[in-house]
Design a protein around this ligand. Structure first.
Ligand SMILES: *Cc1c(COP(=O)(O)O)cnc(C)c1O
Length: 456
C-alpha cells in the first residue's frame, strides 16, 4: 500500500501564508481511504462510478470523502482540503449551503419523486428561460450526457441530416457519437474512442481542432449538406481550460447559418458558472440549442436541453422527437436548482466570484514565476484554468503539449498541503462563493511550496 500523507484540518487554515503552520504537518497514512478503495474495487469497476475519480492519471489511491462544507471537503481519514473541484463546478454557492439544504430537505419530506408533474419544474424552467435570450423552452433530463444526446437527436430531426461536427478534445458526456476524440477522462485514459461505439456512429461525427475556423469552414464546404449541427463548449473545459479566440464563436454562428446547420452550445460546464445564464451572455452569440447541467442542479442530477419554442416544439409530446425520463424534473433536484440559482441571482454574485478567480490566477502566476516555472492560467467567472505549458493553450494539441507528469507531481504536493485539485491536467478548476480569503490564501501558500517542490 503506498504511503499517502496529508495535513490535518487545522493546518490549512492559516491567515498568513508565510506562517509556518504549513511546514509542520501531522503525517498520516490514509488507511481508511485505502481500505474503502480496496473494497470498492471488488464491486465497482476500478472502484469508481466515474473514471477520473480513480486517480489514474495522477497515480496513487483516491481519497474518500466524508463530507463537504462551503469551500472545503473532508476525507474519511480526518483531513480537510480547500476544494477546487466543487463537484465539477456544480457547487457554485459552496457545499451544503444552508438555503440549498433547507430547500432539498423540505421538498424531500413531501416525497422524492412523483413521476408526475410538479410546480417546481416550471419554476426552474422559468428562471432559465429568463436568463437566456436564446431559450424559450427547457426539457429537463438527469445528466449532461442525456442533454447532449437529446440535443443531437433534435438537431438531426429538425435538419433531416445525420452528421454532426464536434471539436477535438471537446467532451460532451459519454454519448456514442460524441466519444470521438473526446477530452477529459477519455483523453486521460488514452482511449479517445471508447470500445463499444459502433463504427457507423463514430463516422457520423466530423472533427475539427478547437479555435480552427479554417478547418470548420473546409469541412462544412465539403460535408455541410449532411451536417445537422456543430456542438461546441463555448469555453472548452475538458481539455484543460481553453477560451475561444476572438471571433471563433460568432464565426461558427455564421457558418451554421450559411450551411443550414444548428449551433449547439454545450454549456453543461459554463452555464451559470461563467456568468448568469451562461457564456452565451458574455460572448453575445445565440446558439440554436443549449445544453445545461452541473450548476442548474446545484449538486443534484439535473441537466437540460433548451432552445426556441419552434425547435423545442418538435420534442415529444408536442412533436415527433421522442425523449423521456422516469426521474426527470424530480422535485428534489428542481428545488436544489431553484435554491442555487436564487443565490447566484443576488447582485454582485458573479463579480465577486470573478474577483476571487482573478486573485487566485494572479497568485498562481506569481508563485510559479518565483519557482521559475512556466504555467498558463486564466479564468472566466468561477471557472479557472491551470496548465504546465509555456505557450497559450488554444486547442487540444496545445493542451497535450503540457507537462502532465509535472501536473501529477504538483497535484500530489497540493493534496498533501490540503488543496483538492482535479485529478487530471485535462480538467478545469472551480471556485465557489464560499471560498473566502483564508481559503484562497491557503491555496496560494500551498501552491508556492508545491511549485518549488516540483521545480527542484
Ligand atoms: C460534465 C459535462 C458533460 C457531461 O455531463 P454528465 O452530467 O457528467 O453526463 C457534458 N458536457 C460538458 C461540457 C461537461 O462539462
Amino acid at each position: 500500500m503506498p504511503l499517502v500523507y496529508c495535513w490535518r484540518t487545522t493546518a490549512i487554515r492559516v491567515k498568513n501564508p508565510n506562517e509556518d503552520a504549513l511546514t509542520m504537518p501531522e503525517i498520516q497514512q490514509h488507511t481508511r481511504s485505502a481500505h474503502l478503495f480496496d473494497a470498492a474495487k471488488l464491486v465497482l469497476p476500478g472502484g469508481v462510478n466515474s473514471p477520473v475519480r480513480a486517480f489514474g492519471s495522477v497515480g496513487g489511491n483516491p481519497r474518500f470523502l466524508q463530507r463537504a462544507q462551503g469551500g472545503y471537503v473532508y476525507d474519511v481519514d480526518g483531513c480537510s482540503y480547500v476544494d477546487l473541484v466543487c463537484s465539477w463546478g456544480a457547487a457554485i454557492v459552496g457545499h451544503a449551503h444552508p438555503q440549498v439544504i433547507e430547500a432539498v430537505t423540505k421538498t424531500a419530506t413531501d416525497g422524492i419523486s412523483f413521476g408526475a408533474c410538479c410546480a417546481l419544474e416550471g419554476q426552474l424552467a422559468k428562471i432559465i428561460v429568463d436568463a437566456l435570450p436564446s431559450v424559450d423552452m427547457v426539457r429537463f433530463v438527469n445528466s449532461g450526457t442525456e442533454a447532449t444526446m437529446s440535443a443531437l437527436r433534435l438537431a438531426r430531426a429538425v435538419t433531416g441530416r445525420d452528421n454532426i461536427l464536434k471539436f477535438i478534445g471537446g467532451y460532451h458526456g459519454h454519448v456514442d457519437a460524441l466519444l470521438v476524440a473526446a477530452g477529459s477522462g477519455a483523453t486521460t485514459f488514452g482511449s479517445p474512442d471508447s470500445a463499444g461505439v459502433p463504427k457507423a456512429f463514430a463516422e457520423s461525427t466530423l472533427l475539427a481542432p478547437y479555435n480552427d475556423l479554417q478547418t470548420v469552414s473546409q469541412v462544412l464546404e465539403q460535408h455541410g449538406k449532411n451536417v445537422a449541427a456543430i456542438i461546441v463548449e463555448p469555453i472548452a473545459g475538458n481539455m484543460g481550460y481553453v477560451e475561444p479566440i476572438e471571433g471563433f464563436l460568432p464565426s461558427l454562428r455564421k457558418l451554421c447559418d450559411k450551411h443550414g446547420c444548428l449551433l449547439i452550445f454545450d454549456e453543461v460546464m459554463t452555464g451559470f458558472r461563467t456568468a448568469w445564464g451562461g457564456y452565451q451572455n458574455l460572448c453575445g452569440v445565440r446558439p440554436d440549442l443549449t445544453c445545461l447541467g452541473k450548476v442548474i442542479g446545484g449538486g443534484m442530477p439535473v441537466a437540460a436541453y433548451a432552445g426556441s419554442s419552434d425547435l423545442m416544439g418538435r420534442v415529444s409530446p408536442l412533436g415527433p422527437v421522442y425523449q423521456a425520463g422516469t426521474l426527470s424534473g424530480n422535485p428534489v433536484g428542481m428545488a436544489a436548482g431553484i435554491a442555487t440559482l436564487a443565490l447566484c441571482r443576488e447582485s454582485g454574485f458573479y463579480a465577486s466570484l470573478e474577483a476571487k478567480s482573478k486573485y487566485l490566477t494572479e497568485g498562481l502566476k506569481k508563485a510559479a514565476g518565483q519557482s521559475g516555472m512556466a504555467i498558463q492560467t486564466a479564468y472566466t467567472g468561477g471557472m479557472v484554468g491551470l496548465a504546465f505549458v509555456d505557450q497559450p493553450v488554444r486547442n487540444y494539441d496545445d493542451a497535450k503539449a503540457g507537462n502532465h507528469e509535472l501536473f501529477a507531481r504538483f497535484f500530489h504536493a497540493m493534496l498533501n498541503l490540503g488543496v483538492w485539485l482535479p485529478p487530471s491536467g485535462y480538467e478545469a478548476m472551480f471556485i465557489s462563493a464560499a471560498h473566502d480569503n483564508d481559503a484562497i490564501e491557503a491555496i496560494l501558500a500551498a501552491a508556492s511550496k508545491s511549485f518549488q517542490k516540483v521545480s527542484s
